[in-house]
Ligand binder design. Structure first.
Ligand code: NG6
Ligand code: CA
Length: 514
């Protein structure tokens, strides 16, 4: 009798413990600690160091400027390359893209560059319990060795490397196929009208920019003379998939719609949103309501559109009460360019707006404007509003910093170039990393450390020869600049300072051979 009474007592005791709401709460808190910050990474395309007004630009960008007023603005932050694919590869994997071949600007039918099993920024956060999404430009290849199967299941892709949800412009706006991909499939694809894509020869009979320029709403200036979709000729040939074709004017709206839906669905969990804008890459086709908003032509209008986008994301976070504990990082994949292949008057109308700010060069370039980019971090719970940081920071350190902050290990041999600089990212430390390597077009590497920038000798000429009017920064001689005293890299002091030059050369070599 006593034994059964004891059993009954124990059963009642355990049941009441499990039911107690306060007991449950306590044990969850113990397990996960206080709620981790959400992360919204706004990764813009081709936005220069001087393109937004808080960095001196002449085009008003009040919503982006507001992020800086509420957060921390970096003046010495770098992306890893002056073109898109390698920057994005390094950002997501923590490995310099140049460590292996085939990670330059990817064609629109490239296979997945980041292999499943690779440690990634979203993967690390996923392991830490985050819901993760990518919305926007991908440009890191899709599918297996034969490339993407546009008419079937498109995999591997973001979902196989750490994202729970994806809504993609598969490559860039100027590359076919001109369709969105949501998770594993093309959106709105009619199976009776399959998509064909070819980057070498024409497929189907759709007009091209080369043969039918009279059909174009924006003319091409170099490249971009293949299949016409929505009045714009692209890189690559395509046919089929008519019902799935995008309208460039709707990019910003579509990406905002998908992102805000993701934020709303996950408002009660920690989430990571990699919001990868199409703006301000070519073709620069703003929504009708933004066309003509500036007197600087389409390039100005898409900057205003980009600013609106940032405003919409900020508004959603605020509305849901998430602003205080969400880290918003706003930055760019590479430096600016005016004519990047379409006659959109970017150069003619730029006036006194300086996309590169005080820096020399631009997209594709080894000079500073190629890779020194705007970067703003807002996190009201931890970061002092209106602060600035001149500490060296590289986007390659986001994965290492978030891994450390969320207590995740990175598998040995993975993410070899990332470091934890959480305190720099959140404005609490001014030591920063020792040096950082940048990759320009044609794989030319340069190195920044302390006050100096070193560019080793290379074959390429001083200007890009195939289109954009940009200085490459290439020379047959070694170059050394004191970027603190001479941020515009006007005076090569390599010969004057052989000691510093030699040290920089050796440090770059050591990173290359690591
Ligand atoms: C270049 C394209 C340019 C742009 C760039 C990639 C030509 C002539 N130019 O090859 O328009 O698409 O590639 O830009 O085709 S990025 O920002 O995605 O790296
Ligand atoms: Ca880019």
């Amino acid at each position: 009798y006593l034994l059964s009474a004891l059993c009954l007592f124990l059963i009642v005791f355990f049941l009441s413990c499990n039911r107690s709401p306060s007991g449950t709460k306590k044990s969850t808190e113990k397990k996960t600690g206080p709620k981790r910050p959400n992360v919204v990474l706004i990764y813009t395309d081709d936005l220069g160091y001087g393109d937004i007004s808080t960095y001196g630009g002449e085009i008003p960008t009040p919503h982006i400027d507001r992020l800086a007023e509420d957060g921390l603005k970096f003046t010495n932050a770098y992306t890893t390359a002056s073109t898109c694919t390698p920057s994005r590869y390094s950002l997501l994997t923590g490995e310099y893209a140049w460590r292996a071949k085939g990670r330059g600007v990817a064609p629109g039918d490239a296979s997945s560059l980041i292999k499943p099993g690779t440690e990634t920024l979203p993967g690390v956060l996923q392991k830490a319990g985050y819901k993760t999404a990518v919305v926007g430009k991908w440009h890191l290849g899709l599918g297996g060795e034969d490339g993407p199967d546009w008419n079937g299941k498109i995999a591997p892709g973001p979902l196989e490397i750490g994202f729970d949800y994806s809504f993609l412009i598969p490559a860039t706006g100027d590359r076919v196929p001109c369709v969105f991909v949501e998770n594993h499939h093309v959106v709105n694809l009619d199976p009776d009208d399959p998509i064909q894509v070819n980057y070498r020869k024409k497929v189907g009979n759709w007009p091209t920019g080369k043969d039918n320029p009279e059909l174009l709403t924006t003319k091409w200036s170099h490249g971009h003379d293949m299949t016409i979709v929505n009045g714009i000729s692209r890189i690559g040939f395509m046919t089929g998939g008519k019902a799935a074709l995008w309208r460039d004017e709707d990019f910003a709206d579509k990406l905002v719609e998908k992102s805000t839906a993701f934020i709303r669905e996950n408002k009660d969990k920690p989430f990571f949103l990699y919001f990868s804008t199409h703006d301000i890459h070519v073709p620069r086709i703003a929504h009708e309501r933004f066309q003509g908003k500036t007197d600087r032509g389409p390039r100005g209008d898409v900057i205003v559109q980009l600013d609106w986008t940032v405003g919409e994301l900020t508004k959603t976070l605020k509305e849901l009460g998430l602003e205080d504990n969400t880290i918003v990082i706003f930055t760019s994949d590479n430096g600016p360019v005016l004519d990047d292949g379409y006659e959109d008057q970017a150069g003619e109308l730029v006036g006194d707006h300086h996309p590169s700010g005080i820096l020399r060069g631009g997209k594709y370039s080894a000079f500073e404007a190629g890779t020194r980019i705007p970067m703003i971090v807002k996190w009201p719970r931890q970061i002092k509003p209106g602060s600035t940081s001149g500490t060296l920071f590289s986007q390659i350190d986001l994965i290492g910093s978030f891994a450390a902050h969320t207590g995740q290990d990175i598998a040995p041999g993975q993410a070899p170039d990332t470091q934890n600089h959480w305190d720099v990212l959140t404005g609490k430390d001014s030591a920063g990393r020792k040096g950082v390597v940048q990759e320009a077009t044609h794989g030319v590497l340069s190195y920044v450390s302390g006050d100096y920038k070193y560019i080793p000798p290379s074959d390429g000429g001083p200007k890009i020869t195939w289109g954009p009017d940009i200085e490459t920064g290439f020379s047959e001689n070694e170059q050394l600049y004191n970027i603190k005293d001479d941020p515009s890299e006007t005076k090569n002091i390599a010969e004057e300072h052989p000691g510093i030059t030699g040290k920089m050369r050796e440090e770059l070599m050591a990173v290359r051979e690591m």
